[in-house]
Each structure stands twice: as C-alpha cells, then as structure tokens.
Design a protein around this ligand. Structure first.
Ligand code: SF4
Ligand code: SF4
Ligand code: FES
Length: 240
C-alpha cells in the first residue's frame, strides 16, 4: 500500500517588485493525509522560504487559503494529497492564485474589491423584526430555517466566483447573491425591498447563466445555483 507520494507542484509565482511572473516547479515527497497547506509549509521549510501563500484557520472555516489546483478552485487546507491524486489522477499539480482579484505575491491576492461587492448587498440584518413574544429571543420555525440554513454556511472563500461562468464585469457574483438571498429568506429581516432591488438589478441575478459551476466547486457544499434559481423564479416576491 502506498504511504507516500512523489509530487510535482508547479506553482505560479509573482514578484511585485520586479512585476515578474513565472511558474516554479517543486518536487517533494508527501504523506497520504498531508494537506496542500502542509505541502506549502514543507516547501518553505525545506526548499524555498520565499514562496508566499495564505491561510488562517486551516479547518475550512475562513476561506483564506483558496487556490486553483489543476483548474479547480478549492481550499488548500482541505485538500488531502491522497484525495488530490485520486481526484485529478496525477501526481503533478498546477497551483495558481484565485483569479478573482489582483495578485499581491505568489498565491496571495488582494480581496478588497471582491469584498466591496459583497458589502454592496449588506450581508447582515438591516431592519430586525422584534421577537413575536416580548422578552424572548426570535425563534425561527425549523421548517422555514431548513429552506435556507445551508446558504448561511458560506465562508466567502470566493471559489464560486472563480468558477462562475457569468463573466459579466457588472455581476456582483454568486456569493454576494447568496448573502442577499439568505436575508430575503430570513424571517428576522424586515427590509426586503432594497435587497430585491439589488438582486434584480443589472448587477444581479440575470447575469447568471444557471451553469451550476458555483455549486460544483463550493467547499461548503452549498447548492448556490439552487438559491439563484429560487430567486430568479420570483419565489420571494410573495414575502413582500
Ligand atoms: S449558476 Fe450562475 S452564479 Fe453559479 S456559476 Fe453559473 S453563472 Fe455563475
Ligand atoms: S458559496 Fe461556497 S464557494 Fe461561494 S464563497 Fe461561499 S463557501 Fe465559497
Ligand atoms: S485556512 Fe481557513 S479555510 Fe483554509
């Protein structure tokens, strides 16, 4: 039984000082359950301290470590070597920064503008409804919660944005749409009209081609395209 793999990582490098980009090959031996963030760290420790990459929680909860591996956007802290070898049927991996924002250095991108798109939809409760019974917290009917609870698991890793086939520069993106849809479905939110205006604006839902690429890559297994389809079908207008 194979316990280690000899891997080749072809990593996109970028030096902001010289404005120079290149692909650098690293050969390394790795165990079955090492994750790609472990491989980056191993490269830093054993071969090249200058390779720059990002991570924070390393438990699939913060979205900081998103990269594109062999064309697929994913979380480097969740990708195990054994799983990657099986899934891509190779021991050679091209690793690129997420293509949704300018590259700062190597695998690290500047997400400021990408987050500004999410801020546009106000991803929080704007006008909270008071709890139905005075002095109690707001209890959401479990059946109602079931309709949208998956969508609340978004960590803004931007993998769906990278995979999105909509391509229009105005489109706010699948995660921004999802953040807005969640609040439209949330009974605690009284402000729906402003949200629907953005959802149905020229930056919104109708830029989506229903390709479902977003659902395919989402590491939190959110069926993003399903929520987009509900909103497109006018499912929420009755709530107004
Ligand atoms: S379904 Fe829409 S939002 Fe999702 S990837 Fe396709 S075009 Fe983008
Ligand atoms: S919907 Fe999924 S893929 Fe998109 S940002 Fe949220 S967690 Fe990431
Ligand atoms: S480091 Fe937080 S999701 Fe990967």
């Amino acid at each position: 039984m194979v316990t280690t793999y000899n891997l080749t990582l072809k990593i996109s490098r970028y030096d902001p000082a010289g404005k120079r980009g290149w692909i650098q090959d690293y050969q390394l031996e790795a165990g079955r359950i090492q994750r790609f963030v472990d491989l980056f760290r191993k490269i830093n420790e054993e071969q090249d301290p200058t390779l720059t990459w990002g991570s924070s929680c390393e438990h699939g909860q913060c979205g900081t470590c998103s990269v594109i591996v062999n064309g697929k956007p994913l979380l480097a802290c969740e990708l195990l070597v054994e799983k990657a070898v099986k899934y891509f049927a190779t021991t050679t991996f091209s690793i690129e920064p997420l293509d949704v924002a300018p590259v700062l250095r190597d695998l690290v991108v500047d997400l400021a503008e990408a987050y500004a798109r999410i801020d546009k939809v106000k991803p929080y409760i704007i006008d909270p409804a008071p709890p139905p019974t005075k002095g109690h917290e707001y209890a959401i009917d479990p059946k109602l919660l079931d309709r949208y609870v998956n969508a609340t698991r978004c960590i803004n890793c931007f993998c769906c944005v990278s995979a999105c086939l909509a391509g229009h520069k105005n489109f706010l993106g699948p995660n921004a749409m999802l953040a807005s849809i969640v609040r439209v479905m949330d009974p605690r939110e009284k402000e729906k009209k402003e949200r629907l205006k953005i959802l149905y604006s020229d930056q919104g839902l109708y830029r989506c081609h229903s390709s479902q690429a977003c659902s395919f890559v989402c590491p939190k297994e959110i069926n993003v395209a399903h929520f987009m389809a509900l909103a497109k079908a006018g499912e929420f207008n009755q709530d107004l």
